[in-house]
Design a protein around this ligand. Structure first.
Ligand code: KIV
Length: 281
């Protein structure tokens, strides 16, 4: 169980001497155990599960029920890392009561905080969730749940005016009670301006090195995802190739009869085999 709660994360500002925050997504028990064993600070059960695991083309298809299912799988491993759960699209857009209920469901599934996307429009909902004693992480810049409104997964904040709006949004999120902000898909200089402007840590993805932390999607950084290769992803392994090669060897061994061996099979005791008149392997 984690001892890293939102107030401690809130204090992790690099300019105040803190170490950079490390966040990675995980959606199930094996990936959560691997992330925790590696010593990451935060595990994000992201709605990117839709694209990374469930085969959808965007993140709009997952529901609160889907997220609760994945949060519970991660939480059952009792990681030392802080578990933050994404509120999916339409779970915080309709009414404050539904928003708080949905956030509470993810907390009851085992998360220690929730994340939601958007700037000033989201302030009333953020305040209501914080009023229910649930810590909130913000997420601005390229917000994947806005893919249709943005006209694709496009880098944001590319004009001085748009950059100023992001700085204002980050300040508003801080004022509303967020303990950290994900900055996605913005120019390096804009990420630095935002990071300088707020008292809470920024965690970047496709936002350059000037943030207070970094996050990547598990499948991207381990090379499980072969189809998409965003510029900001660094692949630390090629597990797709390693898994495919292992499965190819398994298929060959099954077809040739080399698997399973006697050592990989259960044997009858010799006396029972003799009574049945079968060969003792
Ligand atoms: O769902 C997700 O993986 C995210 C990250 C891109 C920050 O929100």
């Amino acid at each position: 169980m984690t001892e890293l709660f939102a107030p401690a994360i809130r204090a992790r500002k690099v300019r105040n001497g803190a170490e950079r925050l490390v966040m990675v997504t995980a959606y199930d028990a094996p990936s959560a155990r691997a992330a925790d064993a590696a010593g990451v600070d935060l595990i994000l059960v992201g709605d990117s599960v839709a694209m990374a695991v469930l085969g959808y083309d965007d993140t709009l298809q997952v529901t609160v029920g889907d997220m609760a299912h994945h949060v519970a799988a991660v939480a059952r491993t009792a990681p030392a890392a802080h578990v933050v759960a994404d509120l999916p699209w339409m779970s915080y857009h309709v009414s404050p009561a539904d928003t708080v209920r949905n956030a509470a469901r993810l907390i009851r599934s085992g998360a220690q905080s929730v994340k939601l996307e958007g700037g000033r429009k989201r302030l009333p909902m953020i305040e209501r969730i914080c009023d229910a004693e649930i810590p909130v992480m913000g997420h601005i810049g390229l917000t994947p749940q806005s893919v249709n409104a943005m006209g694709g997964f496009k880098v944001q904040g590319r004009t001085a005016e748009a950059a100023r709006r992001l700085v204002q949004a980050a300040k508003s999120l801080t004022h509303a009670g967020c303990y950290a902000i994900v900055l996605e898909g913005v120019p390096v200089q804009v990420a630095e301006l935002v990071t300088d402007a707020v008292e809470i840590p920024t965690i970047g993805i496709g936002a350059g090195p000037g943030c207070d932390g970094q996050v990547l999607v598990f499948q991207d950084l381990l090379g499980f995802e072969q189809r998409l290769a965003p510029k900001f992803v660094r692949r630390y392994a090629d597990l797709h190739a390693a898994a495919t090669e292992a499965l190819r060897r398994f298929a060959g061994d099954v077809r040739s009869g080399a698997f399973p061996s006697p050592q990989e099979s259960y044997q009858l005791p010799a006396s029972e085999a003799a009574e049945l008149g079968v060969v003792d392997l």
